[in-house]
Design a protein around this ligand. Structure first.
Ligand code: HEM
Length: 455
């Protein structure tokens, strides 16, 4: 079977470009080969990238049995474990998604609003006037607290205090393209002792697992303490034979949600803070909208603001945190965009390339939130959270967090970029984040409607 055309350079150099400068690489591919092309990464099967809304619709709305995504997510196996939602397929994936879905949807999501705003206020209250801080680190503190609350129902206490720095350190291990290589090059995944990159990773993972196991044991020993957080849900779930989840299954699903849930949202928020402070006209319009709510707005009023929503959407469009959706491996011959793909072909919906189609997003390299007010994009055109049966489980929570954190912080603090240089996207593990984390400085506090300088 002839796969779509793609770059001719050696797969090793394709991998280097994919790791080092993924957005430039994809722009180059789109320029030369259009909206469907094949990339060959050294050590991996060929990947067919698709950036065509019709093709994306065919993939996202196909019968889930047409594709396996779990077995296409091999790269996550050492990071999350065999029992992670990312690694599951078929009935087990469907069942586990159904189990995990309620805390991420509808009324339940709204109930996190107050605590997101309070967490944002708490973190922001540590900023000192004229002392620079990194937006990404600050956002990471907020999103980590929020996800700990959603998964465990709590975000304080000794165990959580121990867990937080370990989770942060765990992500730091893949925070540069060089460090991220350990995820992509299987031959680097060898434990050569506590100082080797993989050795460090494994030791840290074991420490995190120990803490998670201790929490699981406590909860099992005190069933009366169960609340409606995710761990409690998982502890009370049984499979079709009435068996509860094993400790290993519980640990791996928890680490999946903790990691997937906070690093992505922190990077997305850091980008949003960057654009708002880079572009004065965007900031002014946004502040006007936020101020129109008066003092102490309720979280759901902030959530519904149209321009704030558009700013978050445009941030997720221009530099999507996830460059692609997860790979879908065809289970039998499948037709996409009039082409036949035989069984075992890896199809990757390219989020970045779709978000930079000039026919959908004119002047795509410019940050223009108005485009989301003037036009409604379909779930096959604006796809920061992927789609279909693998649609990001936390998409509603992530949007809620982005809007509430931006709204809360901007209404109370005056911030400015601490460094004028343009910020570039840089790989962090499997995601892409702002290169320098976006240095900001707090120049003063403000009250709704009227800016007040700090003394
Ligand atoms: C701005 C923040 C986020 C972005 C950009 C993002 C993006 C994505 C993308 C692109 C996928 C793959 C979807 C596909 O292949 O169709 C995904 C999957 C997933 N995300 Fe997110 N995500 C974010 C936040 C979160 C949060 C807050 C959670 C909460 C726990 C989360 C949990 C997951 C899980 C569990 C999956 C796997 C779903 C499955 O395989 O069925 N994500 N995310």
């Amino acid at each position: 079977m002839q796969l779509p055309d793609g770059p001719k350079i050696h797969p090793f150099f394709q991998l280097i470009k994919w790791l080092g400068t993924p957005f430039e690489f994809l722009d180059d591919c789109a320029k030369h080969y259009g909206d469907i092309f094949t990339i060959r990464l050294f050590g991996y099967s060929p990947l067919v990238f698709i950036a065509n809304p019709e093709g994306i619709q065919q993939i996202f709305s196909a019968d889930p049995q047409s594709f396996d995504a779990g077995r296409g997510n091999e790269i996550f196996r050492p990071l999350f474990g065999d029992n992670s939602l990312f690694l599951l397929d078929g009935d087990r994936h469907k069942r586990e998604r159904k189990l995990l879905m309620p805390p991420f949807h509808g009324e339940k999501i709204k109930s996190y609003g107050d605590s997101i705003c309070q967490t944002a206020q708490k973190v922001a209250s540590e900023w000192q006037v004229n002392k620079p801080f990194t937006a990404r680190d600050a956002m990471q503190k907020i999103t980590l607290e929020v996800i700990l609350q959603v998964v465990f129902g709590l975000s304080e206490g000794e165990r959580y205090e121990q867990l937080k720095p370990l989770l942060v350190k765990r992500l730091e291990l893949t925070s540069t393209p060089l460090r991220a290589s350990v995820v992509f090059f299987k031959f680097l995944q060898k434990d050569w002792g506590a100082w080797s990159p993989w050795g460090q990773f494994l030791r840290l993972r074991d420490k995190i697992y120990d803490l998670l196991s201790a929490e699981i044991n406590d909860r099992r020993a005190n069933p009366q303490d169960q609340s409606n957080d995710i761990l409690s849900l998982m502890l009370s779930a049984t499979d079709e034979d009435g068996r509860p989840m094993t400790d290993e299954e519980l640990r791996e699903e928890m680490i999946t949600l903790l990691i997937a849930g906070y690093e992505t949202t922190a990077s997305a928020l850091a980008w949003a803070f960057y654009w708002v402070h880079k572009l004065p006209e965007v900031k002014e319009k946004l502040l006007q909208e936020i101020d129109s709510l008066g003092e102490n707005p309720n979280p759901m009023e902030i959530f519904r603001l149209p321009y704030l929503t558009a700013v978050c959407q445009e941030s997720l469009r221009i530099y999507p945190v996830a460059v692609t959706a997860v790979a879908r491996i065809t289970n039998s011959t499948v037709e996409i965009m009039g082409r036949q793909f035989e069984a075992n072909t890896r199809l990757l919906v390219s989020i970045y390339s779709t978000h930079h189609r000039e026919d959908l997003y004119p002047n795509s390299k410019q940050f223009l939130p108005e485009r989301f007010i003037e036009r409604n994009y379909s779930p096959y055109e604006f796809i920061p959270f992927g789609g279909g049966n693998r649609l990001c489980l936390g998409n509603a929570l992530a949007m809620l967090e982005m809007k509430l954190v931006l709204g809360t912080v901007l209404s109370s603090y005056q911030l400015a970029l601490a460094d004028d240089r343009p910020v570039k996207p840089k790989r962090r593990g499997v995601t892409v984040a702002p290169s320098n984390g976006v240095p900001l400085v707090m120049t003063g506090k403000r009250a709704a409607k009227k800016a007040v300088f700090a003394k």
